[in-house]
Ligand binder design. Structure first.
Ligand code: PB1
Length: 328
């Protein structure tokens, strides 16, 4: 039956009717909160390009994580700003490394909070690339060996999940084998399976002090033009033992989120990256859009595309809005 017997507006007539027939829902449980941990005591250094985002010392990071957990957010994703950097990023696997110290403190204070540790070297190397250099090229297999060391170190320090964001070939299988050999078979792997060489990472590189000293990351992060290749990347990470999968960035790559959702039943995470978050704030700061409505609509779109979980710097804002009954 067509119009006038069929009138789709009948089910949009009131807020309660709209709520009844809503197809996609967002909850604080769907959110993962990224945090940056730096040396010091009592430090909460704001990141200018990302309002509400800070470099926290371990003590202040635990406070921020507790507030997020109290808001109903189940997990944090940790990025470290180390005291020292070198050519291999060796501080990344130090037993007393900055993220290792943060993990131990979180597990003491908030044992139920899921602690996810990023596994990569761009914050730890003095050249800012995501691994060991041979000339101006990141050496894949040597970097993979170090990634396995870093993952074991982070799991030993308390990480429930390790998240390799480096985009080296073969790293998921190497990390899985290393964790199992170290007696850490319960540590899960959230693979940044389809991660693109995106222009949306700028503000993160300010926050993590991780911009490459030369060149770019196109020889290891994926070409934004390649949707089919993304599925090949995901196939490999699934075969190597990934427990959860990630697509990153999120909003500009919803086609990839949808394609991965259709192909695998694994928990699927989308990362609303720093540039996506900063853009919303910048436009809202100019009075051009409504920050809360655009943040919530973008998160809802990422969920509608098929993501189970969303990493977002807006997690605290979204959780509070949801707690206050935000529906549209
Ligand atoms: O929010 C963001 O922009 C995330 C950036 C991301 C963190 N995993 C990386 C992107 C980059 O700087 O190339 C860091 C790579 N290990």
């Amino acid at each position: 039956m067509a119009f006038p017997e069929t009138r789709l507006r009948r089910l949009r007539r009131t807020p309660v009717l709209r709520r009844m027939v809503r197809e996609t829902r967002l909850a604080a449980d769907d959110l993962i909160y990224p945090l940056f941990v730096c040396p010091g005591q009592g430090v909460a250094r704001p990141v200018s390009s990302m309002p509400g985002v800070f470099q926290h010392s371990v003590d202040r990071l635990v406070e921020a994580a507790k507030e997020a957990f109290d808001d109903g957010i189940p997990a944090v994703l940790l990025f470290g700003i180390p005291e020292r950097k070198d050519a291999t990023g060796s501080a990344a696997w130090a037993e007393d490394g900055i993220v290792q110290r943060a993990l131990a403190a979180l597990k003491r204070s908030l044992p139920e909070l899921v602690a996810i540790a990023d596994v990569c070297f761009c914050e730890y190397t003095d050249h800012g690339h995501c691994g060991v250099l041979e000339g101006e090229t990141v050496a894949n297999d040597e970097t993979v060996a170090n990634l396995a060391r870093q993952a074991v170190s982070l799991a030993r320090a308390g990480a429930d999940v390790v998240a390799p964001s480096d985009m080296m070939d073969g790293r998921v299988g190497a990390i899985r084998r290393a964790l199992d050999e170290a007696g850490l078979a319960d540590a899960a792997i959230l693979s940044y399976a389809a991660k693109f060489a995106s222009a949306f990472y700028g503000p993160f590189r300010e926050a993590a002090e991780s911009a490459p000293a030369f060149g770019d990351r196109r020889s290891y992060q994926m070409d934004p033009a390649n949707g089919r290749e993304a599925l090949r990347e995901v196939d490999l990470d699934v075969a190597e033992g990934a427990d959860m999968l990630m697509v990153k960035p999120a909003l500009p790559y919803l086609d990839v989120v949808r394609a991965v959702r259709r192909r695998y039943g694994h928990p699927l995470v989308a990362y609303q990256v720093s540039g996506e978050y900063a853009m919303i704030h910048a436009a809202a700061g100019n009075g051009w859009i409504d920050y809360q409505r655009v943040l919530m609509e973008s998160l809802l779109a990422i969920r509608r595309a098929g993501a189970d979980l969303i990493i977002t710097y807006g997690a605290r804002d979204a959780a509070r809005l949801l707690h206050r009954g935000w529906t549209e």
